[in-house]
Design a protein around this ligand. Structure first.
Ligand SMILES: Nc1ncnc2c1ncn2[C@@H]1O[C@H](COP(=O)(O)OP(=O)(O)OP(=O)(O)O)[C@@H](O)[C@H]1O
Ligand SMILES: [Mg+2]
Length: 211
């Protein structure tokens, strides 16, 4: 395991929610987790400061590590990136990550912004593209709504970027966030559907990039 970045130029798509849930999942799975909060809003850091001390430990950092991210098998670094990152900064950030998750909401504005953002990722140098694995996650989805079906159709068609899963819109995420927890640290029955929805993302994160 190495480094995972959750990024999308569009605000409010679920970057912090996915980053904090990943951090708590890996911390509970025995990894040494560092959560890098690159957002001046500090939402991930606030989540961390409200985390009960009895829960699996997560280290918090608020700036980009200058050195290479550790490749030790038992260490994992998760980057929560603010919205509106483009150009040279995007390139600098992306270089730090092996796995990139782009969350997208089911809304016309978010889908259009996602298309532009994915194009800016595609325009990054081939060196970065070749060493980085990128996936898409639909977030805050409501089953059987037209806009979710539209998002689903659109994400499937994005070339070269795998659409791995869809997370439902659910208060479990909000309740977990308030308490400094992840959904994996809440009641199993209550979060059963969410846990199922996370499985494809967790297996994608485990797999090695195909050459
Ligand atoms: N699947 C979900 N179900 C319900 N609420 C969600 C879900 N995902 C995110 N949220 C809520 O949506 C809001 C925005 O999510 P979040 O803060 O993770 O987005 P973000 O991309 O980090 O935003 P920003 O660009 O401001 O950093 C938060 O209030 C969060 O609790
Ligand atoms: Mg955020």
């Amino acid at each position: 395991m190495s480094s995972i970045m959750v990024i999308n130029a569009k605000g409010g798509s679920g970057k912090t929610t996915i980053s904090t849930n990943l951090a708590s999942y890996y911390a509970n799975s025995g990894f040494k987790v560092t959560l890098v909060d690159l957002d001046p809003q500090g939402s991930a850091s606030k989540w961390l400061s409200s985390r009960p001390i009895t829960k699996a430990k997560i280290r918090g950092v608020t700036s980009l590590p200058p050195q290479k991210v550790s490749k030790k098998e038992d260490e994992i670094t998760i980057f929560d990136v603010p919205a509106a990152i483009y150009g040279a900064r995007l390139q600098t950030y992306i270089k730090k990550a092996r796995k990139i998750i782009v969350p997208v909401l089911p809304s016309p504005i978010d889908m259009s912004a996602a298309k532009d953002f994915l194009n800016s990722l595609r325009n990054l140098g081939s060196v970065i593209r070749n060493r980085t694995d990128i996936c898409l996650v639909a977030n805050r989805c409501r089953a059987n709504t037209n806009i979710f079906e539209e998002l689903d159709d659109y994400l499937v068609k994005e070339k070269g970027i795998r659409y791995v899963t869809a997370f439902r819109d659910n208060t479990n995420y909000i309740n977990a966030a308030k308490r400094g927890l992840g959904i994996f640290e809440m009641g199993e029955a209550m979060t059963a559907q969410d846990r199922e929805e996370w499985k494809p993302l967790l297996s994608w994160l485990k797999r090695k990039k195909k050459k």
